[in-house]
Design a protein around this ligand. Structure first.
Ligand SMILES: NC(=O)c1ccc[n+]([C@@H]2O[C@H](COP(=O)([O-])OP(=O)(O)OC[C@H]3O[C@@H](n4cnc5c(N)ncnc54)[C@H](OP(=O)(O)O)[C@@H]3O)[C@@H](O)[C@H]2O)c1
Length: 316
């Protein structure tokens, strides 16, 4: 089978599409023929050597959508379509940008029977899970509240806008220029360019009940929240530096991680299938374009997810 993997840490050029043996299915696992995966900052951190993993070669990719083709568990039968998030795996080398993935049911969400996922649905898997955690566990959003999403143009932010609207909250967004239209289409009342001149006024506004920070410096944005309000920070590494500002402004601020809960993934898969959540794909690549996707991540102009379409393999 094909797999995108690397034999040493480094820049995007270390990523290669290679022919590898299919994974051996262990008791309790399912074998998934993948349809698509996404490129996230976690993949970049692994590739740069900032996150521990098992022996090289290390495969890339953290989430996927695909169909179960073999099963050694009663939990999931062959033929089921699943959404997968691996979670951090310091002792393993597997990734999701591969043809076949052996994975535990605890890391799979089930699409409803009769729904065949599309490649673009993968835009909502890791980003959707992170947004769910940010809204449900982080800020505990309630109907009628007003929320600001900073870094709203990526997969996390665009999912957060939609989930907050579905909860009956009002949402404003701060994103790059390329994503402003999508933010408004998906339900933001107002959307600002993060490079705009009105940012200092917005940051100090104390206007919001809740805040999700998916980009930028959390400490700069906490004063946009009223005293007693809540904030969720999706970059755990940026959270400690914001604690003094959270204490000064009286905002309850917490870091959130996507995790990989199967119940949450199934919740997400159901909403994707029902069309309650709209996937936004900024750019599609084939497996031989993963290095390009890594290089382009964080380079600006983001509007939705960078998706790897696994049907586009030209090798082997
Ligand atoms: N903890 C977890 O489990 C987990 C899982 C997934 C993601 N995350 C984190 O969540 C964050 C968002 O992920 P993502 O995949 O949605 O990110 P992304 O695709 O990189 O999107 C980031 C968005 O923020 C905008 N932006 C960049 N700099 C900004 C600034 N200074 N102020 C406001 N907006 C800015 C970008 O616009 P331009 O591109 O136009 O500049 C883009 O719209 C990342 O920090 C990621 O590491 C965490």
């Amino acid at each position: 089978m094909w797999a995108v993997q690397y034999h040493r840490c480094g820049g995007p050029e270390v990523l290669r599409v290679e022919d590898v043996p299919a994974p051996r299915l262990r008791e309790g696992q399912v074998l998934v023929r993948t349809l698509a995966s996404a490129v996230s900052r976690i993949d970049v951190m692994y590739r740069r050597g900032r996150l521990p993993h098992g022996l090289f070669p290390k495969q890339t990719g953290f989430d996927a959508v695909g169909q179960v083709v073999d099963s050694r568990t009663e939990a999931i039968v062959p033929g089921t379509w699943v959404a997968v998030v691996l979670g951090l795996e310091p002792l393993r080398s597997r990734g999701t940008t591969v043809e076949l993935l052996a994975v535990e049911p605890s890391r799979c969400g089930l699409f409803p029977h009769g729904y065949t996922p599309r490649v673009e649905d993968c835009a909502l898997v890791l980003g959707g899970l992170t947004a769910l955690r940010a809204l449900r566990d982080g800020v505990r959003i309630r109907p009628g509240e007003r929320m600001l999403v900073v870094g709203a143009g990526g997969p996390v932010g665009l999912a957060a806008i939609q989930m907050a609207r579905a909860c009956g909250a009002g949402v404003d967004a701060v994103a790059g220029r390329a994503a402003l239209h999508s933010c408004l289409t998906l339900g933001a009342a107002e959307a600002w360019d993060h490079r705009g001149t009105e940012m200092s006024e917005l940051r100090a506004s104390q206007r919001y009940d809740a805040l999700v920070v998916a980009a930028g410096k959390p400490s700069e944005w906490l004063p946009a929240v009223r005293r007693g309000g809540r904030a969720a920070i999706t970059d755990g590494g940026a959270w400690p530096g914001s604690i003094p500002t959270a204490l000064r402004t009286g905002v309850r601020s917490v870091p959130v991680a996507a995790g990989h809960g199967s119940e949450e993934l199934t919740w997400l898969a159901r909403r994707i299938a029902r069309g309650d959540l709209v996937p936004v794909v900024g750019r599609r690549y084939g497996p031989d374009g993963v290095a390009r996707a890594h290089a382009e991540l964080g380079a600006g102009g983001t509007c939705g997810a960078r998706i790897i379409d696994h049907r586009q393999t030209r090798i082997l």
